[in-house]
Design a protein around this ligand. Structure first.
Ligand code: F6P
Length: 320
C-alpha cells in the first residue's frame, strides 16, 4: 500500500489531532503517503483532499478539535454516496483508509469494507466511551476531566449556599461520563440511562443526609437519563430544598487533550495504521487492560458496551 486516507468523522473529541498525527507519521515511517479528507465522509464525497506530511501534523498534539474538521454526512448514508466516496478515494490513489470517530463513523467504515471490500481500519474517537472492543475511546478522559472541573467549582458554591445542584453531562444514550465524573467528584447521586432510578428515593436520601448535617449535594445526570432542569424542579418541589441546575454541554468536548488521551490517540492511531499497512482489514484498534488489541468492526458494532457494575456499586456506597 503506497497511499492511505484518513478522516475524522462524527462528533469531535479531544485527542483526534494526536491520532491524525500518529496515522501520518506511522504511515510515513513505513514509506506510505497520507491524504487527509476534510469534513469526514462528506469531504470524501466532495473531494476535499489535503496531502498530509510530517510537518503538516506538527504542533497539533496539544490541541482539541480536529484539524481535518468533521461532519455527519447524510449523503454517505445512501449507497450512491458511498459509491461516490469509493470513486474519489481511488481517484486520489488511496488504497485504504483510517477512520477516526464514534459508532456512526465506524458503521460507515464497515460499509466500505463489506460493500466494496475497501481496506479500512477504525480508531475509536468519542467522548462518550460507548464503543465496544476498547476500554477507552479517545476524548473520554478529557471530557470527564472537563466535567469534573465544573463539578468541583459548583461544589464550592453549593456548599456556601447550602443548595442542591443538578449537573447534566453528555454521553448520548450512555452514562459513562456521568458515572466517572460522579465517582471522581464525590457526587451524592448519579442518574444514568442504563439503570432505573427513583426520584422519590433520591429525595428521601437528600432528606436523610440533611438530617445528618449535610446541607449541600451534587447530583449528576447523564443527558440520556433525564433533563437536569426537570430533576431540579422535582427535588425542589418534593424536599423544599433550594436547588439549581446546569447543563455542561459542548464545553466537555473542547480543550487540550489530557496526557492520557494524547498517548491513547498516538498508540491507537499508529497501531491501526500499521495493521492496515500490514494487510489487516475491517477492524478497529482498541485497548484492553492497557494492551493494544484489534477487533473486527462487525463485532465492535454488534456488541453493546456495558457500564461497570463495580463502579456503580462504588458510587452508591460512596454517596452514603
Ligand atoms: O457523541 C458525542 C456527543 O457529544 C454526545 O455526547 C452528544 O449527545 C452529541 O455528541 C451532541 O451532538 P451535537 O454536537 O451534534 O449536538
Amino acid at each position: 500500500m503506497d497511499r492511505i486516507a484518513v478522516i475524522t468523522s462524527g462528533g469531535d473529541a479531544p485527542g483526534m489531532n494526536a491520532a491524525i498525527r500518529a496515522v501520518v507519521r506511522a504511515a510515513i515511517g513505513r514509506g506510505a503517503a497520507v491524504v487527509g479528507f476534510h469534513h469526514g465522509y462528506e469531504g470524501i464525497i466532495k473531494n476535499e483532499a489535503e496531502p498530509l506530511d510530517s510537518k503538516s501534523v506538527g504542533g497539533i498534539i496539544t490541541t482539541g478539535g480536529t484539524i481535518l474538521r468533521t461532519a455527519r454526512s447524510k449523503d454517505f448514508m445512501e449507497r450512491v454516496g458511498r459509491e461516490k466516496a469509493i470513486e474519489v478515494l481511488r481517484e486520489n490513489g488511496c488504497e485504504g483508509i483510517v477512520v477516526i470517530g464514534g459508532d456512526g463513523s465506524l458503521t460507515g467504515a464497515l460499509k466500505l469494507h463489506e460493500e466494496f471490500q475497501f481496506p479500512v481500519m477504525g480508531v475509536p474517537g468519542s467522548i462518550d466511551n460507548d464503543i465496544s472492543g476498547t476500554d477507552y475511546s479517545i476524548g473520554f478522559d478529557t471530557a470527564v476531566n472537563a466535567a469534573l472541573d465544573a463539578v468541583d467549582r459548583v461544589r464550592d458554591t453549593a456548599y456556601s449556599h447550602e443548595r442542591v445542584f443538578v449537573i447534566e453531562v453528555m454521553g448520548r444514550r450512555n452514562g459513562f461520563i456521568a458515572l466517572e465524573a460522579a465517582l471522581a467528584g464525590g457526587a451524592e447521586a448519579v442518574l444514568i440511562p442504563e439503570i432505573p432510578y427513583s426520584l422519590l428515593e433520591i429525595c428521601d436520601q437528600l432528606r436523610d443526609q440533611a438530617a445528618k448535617g449535610k446541607r449541600s449535594s451534587i447530583i449528576i445526570v447523564a443527558e440520556g437519563a433525564a433533563k437536569a432542569g426537570d430533576i431540579k424542579d422535582f427535588i425542589q418541589k418534593n424536599t423544599g430544598f433550594e436547588a439549581r441546575f446546569l447543563v455542561l454541554g459542548h464545553m466537555q468536548r473542547g480543550g487540550s487533550p489530557t496526557a492520557f488521551d494524547r498517548v491513547l490517540a498516538l498508540r491507537l492511531g499508529a497501531y491501526a495504521t500499521n495493521r492496515l499497512l500490514s494487510g489487516y482489514r475491517g477492524e478497529m484498534a482498541g485497548v484492553d487492560g492497557n494492551k493494544l488489541v484489534s477487533h473486527p468492526l462487525s463485532y465492535v458494532l454488534s456488541t453493546e458496551r456495558m457500564v461497570d457494575p463495580e463502579k456503580l456499586l462504588l458510587a452508591e456506597v460512596m454517596a452514603q
